[in-house]
Each structure stands twice: as structure tokens, then as C-alpha cells.
Design a binder for this molecule. Structure first.
Ligand code: HEC
Length: 192
């Protein structure tokens, strides 16, 4: 009898421990899955926009590429936000399109952190941040300035580029970047 009771206690304790280990591991596993999901969407965004940008630049020059970007970039963000459970946008501390790229408080602090990390020598390539904020999972992936980007975001832009930017974005702040700097970030949010 004594023996039986002991076995019962041992098995109860071990099942509690088993369940506890599950609950403490469940959170990080779920977060890494969310992060993987977010990265897939970021790749879809960049993988759709960049080829269109390159094609427009090659075929129609900078003015046409700016027009394409002004239509396609917001369109891709909107489509991804409608076809997935994520809210998808791009943000920057120096916006070109201030209507859709102005960061909220969390995004602003992450962009500032990205700038610091870049200044300390970290490459933008794998730079990202994931965090649970209230009841949302938030993810940002930095976008570094590559040589392609300098055509429209660098310093000393040519007259044609300046004129086109002025026409579409009279409040443009997104110029003067140099290679490797953080141009902005993809920002994704999912309700938990
Ligand atoms: C042909 C000109 C052109 C080139 C080249 C270009 N961009 Fe842009 N970029 C734009 C335009 C136009 C917008 C505004 C799009 C909109 O209205 O949403 C923009 C917006 C952005 C934004 C959104 C935030 C904001 O300021 O509005 C980011 C981030 C960005 N560009 C990063 C890049 C990166 C990184 C590269 C290089 C891989 C790049 N751009 C190359 C024209 C360009």
C-alpha cells in the first residue's frame, strides 16, 4: 500500500513537471515560428519590388522607376496585408512617402537601435528585431542602402531624378544616404 501511494505521488509530480516543461517551452517555439513567417513575407515584399524596380530603371530610366515605385510599393504592402494575417509596411526615420512610412513609437525606437547597431559595425543584411508588444507580435527587418538605392536615395542626385522626386514627393527627406546605412525597414505586425 505504502509503495503504491509513493508511485502515485511520483507519477503525479512527474506529469506536473512534464506539463510545466511544455508550457515554458511553448512560448519561444511559437515566437520563432512567427519570426519565420514574418521573414517569408519580407522576402516576398522585397522579391516582388526589387525586380520591378530594376526593370523600370533599365527600360524607362529613373523617372519611370520612381513612378513604378510610387505605385507598386504601396500596392505590394496592401496586397500582403490583405492576403495574410499580417499588417505589412515600410518605415523610415527620413521618409519619402510620409503618408505610409512614418514610424510609430515602437518602430521609431527600433530604427534608432538599427542605426546604432550599423554604426557599431553590424551589417544591415541580417539585422532584425522581434518583440511581443501588448497583444501583438512585431517584427522589423532593416533595409540597408545598396549601390542600386543610391540612384534615388544618395547624395548628388542628377537633375532629372531631383525633378521627378520633387513632383511626386514634395516633402521627400529620403536622400543623402551612403552605402551600408540603414535606409529604413520592413515592419510587420500580427495580432496574437
Ligand atoms: C528609382 C528610384 C528608387 C530606387 C532606385 C530606390 N528607391 Fe526606395 N523609394 C523610392 C520611392 C519613389 C519611394 C516611395 C514609395 C512610396 O510612395 O511608397 C521609396 C521608398 C522607400 C522606402 C520606404 C520608406 C520611405 O521613405 O518612404 C524604403 C525603405 C526604401 N525606399 C528603400 C530603398 C532601398 C533599400 C533601395 C535599394 C535597394 C531603394 N529604396 C531604391 C524610389 C527609389
Amino acid at each position: 500500500m505504502y509503495h503504491k501511494k509513493n508511485t502515485l505521488i511520483v507519477s503525479t509530480v512527474s506529469s506536473i513537471l512534464f506539463l510545466y516543461s511544455f508550457s515554458s517551452y511553448a512560448q519561444p517555439i511559437e515566437l520563432s515560428a512567427l519570426k519565420a513567417e514574418a521573414i517569408t513575407i519580407v522576402k516576398q515584399f522585397g522579391g516582388t519590388l526589387k525586380p520591378q524596380l530594376k526593370k523600370a530603371l533599365a527600360e524607362g530610366g529613373v523617372k519611370q522607376a520612381i513612378e513604378v515605385c510610387s505605385v507598386k510599393a504601396p500596392e505590394i504592402a496592401k496586397n500582403l496585408s490583405m492576403s495574410t494575417p499580417w499588417q505589412v509596411k515600410r518605415v523610415s526615420l527620413k521618409t519619402r512617402n510620409h503618408h505610409n512610412a512614418t514610424p510609430d513609437a515602437w518602430e521609431k525606437s527600433v530604427l534608432e537601435e538599427f542605426n546604432q547597431r550599423q554604426q557599431q559595425g553590424e551589417s544591415a543584411k541580417a539585422m532584425a528585431k522581434a518583440e511581443v508588444v501588448k497583444d501583438e507580435f512585431r517584427f522589423m527587418k532593416a533595409q540597408g542602402t545598396e549601390s542600386l538605392c543610391l540612384t534615388c536615395h544618395g547624395s548628388g542626385l542628377n537633375a532629372e531624378t531631383k525633378a521627378a522626386l520633387k513632383q511626386y514627393y514634395p516633402k521627400d527627406q529620403a536622400v543623402g544616404y551612403s552605402l551600408g546605412q540603414i535606409r529604413g525597414a520592413f515592419s510587420l505586425t500580427k495580432k496574437l
